[in-house]
Ligand binder design. Structure first.
Ligand SMILES: Cc1cc2nc3c(=O)[nH]c(=O)nc-3n(C[C@H](O)[C@H](O)[C@H](O)COP(=O)(O)OP(=O)(O)OC[C@H]3O[C@@H](n4cnc5c(N)ncnc54)[C@H](O)[C@@H]3O)c2cc1C
Length: 383
């Protein structure tokens, strides 16, 4: 165990006013020194999971998390070269691999305003015609996090919208002609890509999510997916006369390696769901269906959703990893096809948009394609 890691984590917690092994109710006591490396490596997720594993404790968890979240540590790290250098040094010495050290840079890269500038307009406000008419857009000024039964309200500026509406808006804005076709077979011939003997092109962008045929045909071998980063989810979105218009997130309920959510959308729609790492669910923490059942009971008990009788959708996708190429020849993978969703919150919409833009720039301007720049953690972008 490297003392440097301990020093870095203690230094970061000190920025939030938390002392390791201190005597305030929000101070934490470390029971297993592997804690420092895990938190440095996995950030928010490592913090939560190491708690579940009994590596640390805290008398007032809610106060602790409130301080950590309110301190916006990621922003402070970004603006502090000394801490950044320390983290980089620690990782370099520990991992002894230039390749992995590169991931450090990737992780702390913030998608930032650039993405929104491209998606929105120069002044970064929603002035485009389609957006003005958005029916299901809702803006939250606060998010309500729950850790182990304690609620923490955190100031934010987050939006919810129906995916169909958002995707349609992006398509309209791009101005492309859409051909509806489910791609099955891809082959290369004469320097071109042939799709189902029906379409041919000199460039190919795989954007079809987890089961993308471009990934399967061209990238699978060079960029194998990492099983432990596979997330499984259950979700329902339905018309509901909801009484509570706040956005709630519950972390690690019933030892789930993930979280559940209650997200009101506009036009009287409600989205609820749950997601966790599949492998850890197989490790005796209950199946995703078990967790879904308890979650529904909880929503009923809290009076948030009663008499649940709505269709439920299951979906799997892989979280961010940096192993293997994202461009081979003139073929690219973006979004979930490239496994770019953030490791802590499983958010991949921003990453899908950003990587799509980068792929377009690589094709149009011969720019380098480096979607690894899309950050692999997102909790600190939310708050
Ligand atoms: C339940 C759930 C909730 C989530 N919540 C959030 C969230 O709140 N915020 C966030 O940032 N991320 C969230 N994510 C993650 C996010 O949805 C994905 O990371 C993101 O949608 C990835 O975008 P994508 O365009 O790569 O893939 P997708 O959104 O999966 O889009 C792929 C598209 O390709 C099409 N397609 C598939 N196969 C083919 C084929 N063979 N030929 C042609 N087309 C095909 C599909 O129909 C689909 O339209 C959530 C994921 C799940 C499962």
């Amino acid at each position: 165990m490297d003392g440097n890691e301990e020093r870095i984590i203690k230094g970061l917690f000190a920025l939030a006013g938390v002392t390791v092994n201190g005597d305030k109710p929000y101070d934490i006591t470390i029971h297993d020194r592997r804690f420092y490396r895990r938190v440095l490596k996995e950030q928010a997720l490592g913090l939560g999971e190491s708690y579940m594993d009994g590596w640390w404790d805290c008398p007032a968890l809610d106060q602790f998390f409130h301080r950590i979240l309110a301190a916006k540590l990621q922003e402070r790290v970004k603006g502090n070269w000394k801490i950044k250098l320390d983290i980089l040094k620690s990782r370099l010495f520990n991992l002894q691999s230039r390749k992995r050290a590169y991931q450090v840079g990737e992780r702390h890269y913030d998608i930032g305003n650039d993405l929104y500038r491209r998606m929105l307009d120069k002044r970064m406000i929603y002035t485009c015609a389609y957006w003005k008419k958005a029916r299901t857009l809702v803006t939250f000024k606060k998010l309500y996090y729950h850790f182990y039964g304690r609620r923490i309200a955190v100031k934010t500026r987050q939006h919810s919208i129906r995916r169909a509406e958002f995707d349609n808006w992006l398509l309209q804005r791009s101005g492309v002609t859409v051909h509806i076709h489910q791609a099955k077979e891809i082959r290369e011939s004469g320097g071109r890509y042939i799709i189902d003997n029906r379409f041919s092109s000199s460039y190919l962008v795989g954007a079809a999510g987890t089961y993308c045929p471009v990934y399967r045909t061209i990238f699978q071998r060079a960029r194998p997916r990492i099983k432990k980063l596979l997330v499984t989810t259950m979700e329902a979105e339905f018309q509901y006369d909801y009484r509570d218009d706040r956005c709630y997130l519950w972390f690690f309920d019933n030892r789930l390696s993930g979280y559940s959510w209650y997200v009101p959308k506009g036009d009287g729609r409600l989205n609820i769901g749950i997601g966790g790492k599949l492998l850890s669910l197989k490790g005796g923490r209950g199946s995703i269906r078990d967790h879904w059942r308890s979650f529904r009971e909880k929503l009923n008990h809290l009076g948030l959703v009663r008499d649940f009788d709505f269709p439920v959708r299951g979906c799997n996708y892989f979280l961010h990893h940096g192993k293997g190429p994202l461009r081979i020849g003139n073929a690219f993978v973006v979004g979930d096809s490239a496994a770019l969703a953030s490791r802590d919150m499983g958010e991949g919409i921003g990453a899908a948009v950003k990587s799509g833009i980068l792929a377009a720039e690589a094709i149009a301007r011969q720019a380098p394609y480096a979607p690894g720049q899309v950050g692999s953690y997102s909790i600190f972008n939310i708050i």
